[in-house]
Ligand binder design. Structure first.
Ligand code: ADP
Length: 271
């Protein structure tokens, strides 16, 4: 009888512990929901004044040639900073949509070779300005997968932009390959590369290998964090191999069918 009492007491205190643990967890979840909503609300609130600043700024920017040199530089500075700010806001809004779980993939049969060609074409002028050659390695003809082309194009822009930025003017190779169930898009550069410690953080929000160097270069530090979400929402993977001085390879692997998910990386590592 004593034993039963002890067990009943223990069970009650376990219950109590479980309840309080559950309420703690719920509090944490609510907190992060409040945080998410805060980021989303702030981003929305900032959009309207920013639009006004952009309009006023572009009036000044268009007339900059008629200003004294110092004022001309100020007009240019305003212009580029407003652009950066807009980029940051749209990235923040996208991240907060992912956090809220409100992102819908609009998958459609898409020719990934064409998509890669388009992405390369739209990055060509940036590449030329850095003296970087962009190459495509892809099978002839079609390579279709059910994906949201807008999101996959965004990932490619991001990866190719980074490869150009950190590629030390060496060639950047975009490749497309596949097996029966998966397709892969890889972006390889032969530039700065990263240490293992850097690689561990590369998908973190706002993380940058060298913040002082990068402050001058565009970008928000959210690009790869968004790309990772874009890959995951497709049931796919975004992986990276990198070595200091040897360059980096980012590889996006996607299921061919939008209903599929990948349980393991089905394609071999890049050379
Ligand atoms: P951003 O490019 O705006 O800084 P990203 O999320 O795209 O943000 O990248 C985060 C950081 O990862 C970069 O600032 C850079 O330090 C590092 N990185 C990304 N791609 C490469 C690359 N191909 N080679 C070397 N470092 C890279």
């Amino acid at each position: 009888e004593k034993g039963e009492d002890v067990i009943a007491t223990l069970a009650r205190s376990f219950n109590g512990m479980a309840d309080s643990l559950q309420s703690q967890i719920k509090k944490l979840a609510d907190l992060s929901e409040v945080q998410q909503r805060f980021v989303s609300d702030v981003s929305h609130e900032l959009r309207t004044p920013l639009t006004t600043i952009r309009l006023a700024g572009s009036v000044l920017y268009d007339q900059r040639a008629s200003f004294p040199p110092a004022t001309e530089r100020t007009a240019e500075l305003l212009h580029t900073q407003v652009e950066r700010f807009e980029l940051l806001l749209s990235d923040l809004l996208e991240i907060s949509r992912y956090d809220a779980g409100s992102v819908q993939v609009e998958a459609e049969p898409t020719n990934l070779v064409h998509l890669a060609e388009d992405a390369i074409d739209s990055m060509r002028s940036l590449a030329e300005s850095k003296g970087t050659e962009l190459r495509l390695v892809a099978p002839g003809g079609h390579l279709n997968a059910e994906v949201d082309p807008r999101r996959i194009r965004r990932i490619l822009h991001n990866l190719i932009g980074n490869a150009i930025e950190h590629g030390e003017s060496k060639p950047v190779i975009v490749s497309v390959d596949s097996n029966a169930t998966a397709v892969a898009l890889s972006v390889r550069d032969f530039g700065l590369g990263m240490t293992d410690a850097d690689v561990a953080h590369v998908f973190d929000r706002f993380w940058r290998a060298d913040p002082s160097r990068q402050r001058t270069i565009g970008g928000t530090g959210l690009g790869l964090a968004i790309s990772l979400e874009d890959a995951a929402v497709h049931g796919g993977w975004l992986q990276v191999w990198s070595s200091p001085g040897q360059g980096s390879c980012f590889r996006l692997t996607l299921p061919r069918r939008s209903s599929g998910t990948l349980t393991e990386s089905p394609l071999p590592l890049p050379p």
